[in-house]
Design a protein around this ligand. Structure first.
Ligand code: HEM
Length: 232
């Protein structure tokens, strides 16, 4: 398919934003890490370094790996929220930060996928090195919803590039990325809500997840009411 076809897939940065980002990157060397694929690389490396530091400083103990699992679930959640709310936040509050967020939504999404692969690697390390502790932590968890989540995550990450998005086609791309992101939102919301029922400290995370969906619904309703009153 032609490159122009790829451009019709939701997600590519706006031309003006991309130009501004390129100009900023030329001006300050650090700024080049704040946009585009360098941003993905920097965030993914930070998450991997954090998990490795936790595991190594705890000498690979079950406690340290458990901490790495929880820490990476949280970095994943933060990156997921930034990508998940990017368009809605920009629609409701257009400004410098939300413009950056929307321009980089694909790159933040792929950084989320990388962070969640580190979550998976930490889980595998716990299961391999401390199987009793793994079964204590994950014993009651049903594996299937998490594995479906990983399947969707990998498919979404793999189709976040112009070529692969064009190969999939705009309709299938939209279905995959809409269904996938709502499923993953459900996985985070369920994980935090069930913990919040037992441990109130998880309340803010559960509230944040619900607020993110409320934001998207609000932005969607505003877009719909604008389009219904605008002249044809
Ligand atoms: C889409 C897939 C997944 C999502 C969104 C997800 C998300 C989360 C979240 C939000 C937490 C809580 C972190 C915290 O306590 O702050 C967590 C912890 C954990 N997850 Fe995942 N997870 C997924 C898949 C899996 C899979 C497939 C497994 C393997 C069985 C797994 C094993 C664990 C374990 C062992 C913990 C730590 C439990 C604890 O100490 O309370 N996760 N995950």
């Amino acid at each position: 398919m032609s490159p122009s076809h790829a451009r019709s897939i939701p997600g590519p940065p706006d031309a003006l934003d991309a130009t501004a980002a390129a100009r900023r990157a030329r001006g300050a060397p650090l700024a080049r890490w704040l946009d585009g694929w360098p941003l993905t690389l920097a965030l993914s490396a930070l998450v991997a370094a954090l998990a490795a530091a936790i595991a190594v400083s705890g000498r690979g103990s079950a406690g340290a790996l458990g901490l790495a699992i929880r820490a990476t679930a949280r970095t994943s959640f933060a990156l997921f929220l930034l990508a998940f709310t990017a368009s809605a936040a920009h629609r409701l509050w257009p400004g410098r930060f939300t413009r950056w967020q929307r321009r980089n939504r694909r790159h933040l999404g792929v950084a989320f996928a990388a962070s969640h692969l580190v979550h998976a690697a930490s889980i595998i390390a716990l299961a391999a090195l401390h199987s009793a502790a793994f079964h204590r932590a994950a014993g009651e968890m049903s594996r299937l919803p998490g594995l479906v989540g990983y399947g969707l995550l990998l498919a979404m990450a793999a189709t976040s590039f112009d070529r692969t998005a064009a190969w999939l086609g705009p309709r299938a791309w939209k279905v995959l990325h809409t269904v996938g992101s709502i499923y993953l939102w459900g996985a985070f919301t369920n994980a935090f809500l069930t913990r919040a029922l037992r441990m109130p400290a998880y309340g803010p995370a559960a509230a944040l997840a619900i607020a993110a969906m409320a934001l998207r619904i609000l932005a969607w309703r505003r877009a719909r009411s604008r389009s219904s009153i605008s002249p044809r």
